[in-house]
Write a protein that binds this ligand. Sequence first.
Ligand code: NAP
Length: 294
Amino acid sequence: MDVGLIGLGRMGRGMAASLVRAGHAVRVWNRSPGAAEGLAGVTPVASAAEAFAGDAAITMLADDAALRAVIVEGGLLDGPNPPGLHLSMSTISVALARELAAIHARAGVPYIGAPVFGRPDVAEKGALNILAAGARQAVARAQPLLDAMGGKTWDFGPEPHRANAVKLAGNFMLIAAIEAMGEAAALAEGHGVSGADLLELLTSTLFASPVYKNYGALIAAQSYEPPGFNLKLGAKDIGLALAAAGAAGVPMPFADVLRDTLSEAVRQGDADKDLAALAEVARRRAETNRAPSG
Ligand code: NAP
């Protein structure tokens, strides 16, 4: 297929590589120039409008503000050659997903919510778990692209925003897992046991699942740079989960705690480290608590 991909960040680069490997023709655009350097087989274009064309356009941008700036304020839906469909793969708010679905419907461009689970290394392998929701025919047409970027597509029906609600629920659980590992490691260390040994035990037995194993290894090694998934993007996602919860009248007290802990990590200078650095907040709190006062 003839595809335009907007956003060559950590995830977008790997997704572009997977699309090229599967034989698709991929035009790419990124706000900061030079992002396509070293990316074999893609065709860089000079404007977002040139990428937002062809059989399908894919967006993989940081957040609501980025998507709003590029698609809405950039007037891309008013262009003369709109794409056959828009696969919107960023982690964005449920509210923006609803708004984008409505303005795409007015412009006659099928809009598919398709956020993903998987870090940049998984994107590079074309093995993402993709949560897709949108008009049935459009999702079917997009399937070759979804298959190129993902190991599996999980279908959440015809309303695009539902895929975003699922993604936010999943990231809430992921961040809760990191917080739990951080507090558990601090508890073990408080009694002379290495946090790394505790995490090795738990992520090999009771919690032997990808999130615990992958983030547990980063926490055990205190390896937070370079980031795979920025802590500030995790903070964004908890805010979006709380907003989505508020809109549906769902109390999420754990999410309130996670928002506060993420804010503390950002204030302490960890915004651009990997999300796994959230675990350091528990360690620092314990150290402060144990420090002799006065
Ligand atoms: P990233 O490396 O920070 O890349 C962000 C991208 O958004 C860059 O292309 C950046 O362009 C662009 N951007 C930011 N603000 C913009 C604006 N105002 N106008 C135009 N472009 C703008 O982020 P990422 O890790 O690839 O994540 C992308 C999305 O995937 C996010 O929604 C994230 O939550 C989600 N996600 C990430 C992961 C992960 O593990 N990393 C996993 C699943 C989902 P510049 O190069 O010009 O800054």
